[in-house]
Ligand binder design. Sequence first.
Ligand code: TYD
Ligand code: MG
Length: 577
Amino acid sequence: MSIPNMNSLRCFYTRANSLLFLRSSFSPVTIPVRRLSSVFDSLSNQTVSSISDVDTKTQASPGIAKGAISSRGEDKPEEKHRSGRGWDPGEVVMNKKKGKVKTSWVCESCGHSEGQWWGSCRACNKVGTMRRFSEGPESRASGGGGGSEGAGLAWLPEQGVAQPLKLSSVIDGITHQQWRISLPGLFGNEVGRVLGGGLAPGSLILIGGDPGIGKSTLLLQIASIIADGNDLAQPAPVLYVSGEESVDQIGSRADRMKIETDELYLFSSSDLQDILTKAHRLSPRALIIDSIQTVYLKEVTGSAGGLTQVKECTSTLLRFAKKSNVPVFLVGHVTKAGDIAGPRVLEHIVDVVLYMEGEEHSTYRLLRSVKNRFGSTDELGVFEMSQAGLEVVSNPSGIYLSQQNTDSDVLAGLAVAVVMDGSRSFLIEVQALCATGSTVSRHVNGVQASRADMIIAVLMKQAGLRIQESGIFLNVANGMALSETAGDLAIAAAICSSFLEFPIPHGVAFIGEIGLGGEIRTVPRMEKRVSTVAKLGFTKCVVPKSVEKSLKSLGLKEIEIIGCKNLKELINSVFRG
Ligand code: TYD
Ligand code: MG
């Protein structure tokens, strides 16, 4: 099963271009980081005190690496750096050494880079995807995964000379629970599961999705639970940086979502050097950048949102995350027309890529992992957008079943299929209509046309169903797409039900693939599918005969397992009596 038009839309759009987001227009005025509670105060017209405590904060946070903490620890780190190491915030982003600017051409689709322009990418063969990528003498050309040295991180601790370590000695120092930052609560567990069992320190996580899908909402909630801590960890600062919304706008959103976390710090800025300087002072447990298309590095050419800026900023943030051990979340936009900042370039650099998906008119949101260096990409989080933000859907398997399903006792042509998406199973409703005398012979929606043709031909030839004179319409409810062969049996059952005008009783589900001989074949993860059907209160499940015994031995008392060898048996057991 897949949600249409979602996975294909992984392109990032250039918000900066549409807003004429020119660097020269930024004011040099320093904008303070503000604690969420003080934003609430200002929203309710109370006196606002500038959050100077952030600048003078000296307490170390558990989120930052030991070396990073000890490298500051002074009230005014700038002074120390200026005098001790000649550090100047204006110089750290990119060393201003004179030298030749290297130009390379990077494919925005796959990230492959070339020294010269080609009409098409020689790696993925796509045409017109090569984009110019200019680099200063100090930046590194990396087609996949390197960080830009010298960018905004002069204050981070030097790592010293690294030595090869024995795996056993590395593992000894880490236990899984201690290593991951656990995300507490129902919401935290769902996000943590998609991340592969909690948040890995020092990881760089990209969250993509259409504009308005709920990325900022998700990250504000994640920021809040990380800042709140849990039984094992005290509350600690989390820095939420937005280049799109003002601090007051984020504050009012948090207010609506009833987030009152004391340790959540909000900052509205697009200057990455400024953001990292503030992050260094705050020593957050996590840093959130909303979005990567709005941040820029002063010393890098191009406007924010362009390929060069996006790639350099991401590489800089990767280096920040690895050196400080602070996990960093990045928001990345996806649009149909997406150009310049191709997602593949970012996907190579970051550790984890999550996509947020959802139907236009549905409140359900899926959080899907498409790349994860620290866990499986099989996981799927299911949420519902409510008045108070995203809420975990406790039993997501039934979200695609329409309410009409309860009327299937009287309505012929409806059958329920069970499909897998990652490790999750979902029930979806297949609808069929056989109309004699229709001018259209066949029309399918949400089912592969060739698959439908095959099943119809098998029903005619092997089950003796005389449907050749009928126009056949097939549809999958709720705009879903059925791509798994596990849905074959439900398609056949729906057609039989409509043709024979025999409604399938409520509470029956169908799982199985149909072969050309009319035989019903087994599909992967039968047990998981059947237990989902049982959990949702279904009373009967039609399965291939070959797995009937093993499924009965599962001991699912509340559901009757009906094994069928072929389509004739299916018709005899379901549509007779
Ligand atoms: P948002 O997180 O701003 O989307 P993105 O960052 O991906 O662009 O979410 C925007 C949508 O979410 C908006 O249409 C309103 C809706 N929403 C709710 O329904 N409830 C809420 O509590 C919040 C915060 C947003
Ligand atoms: Mg947003």
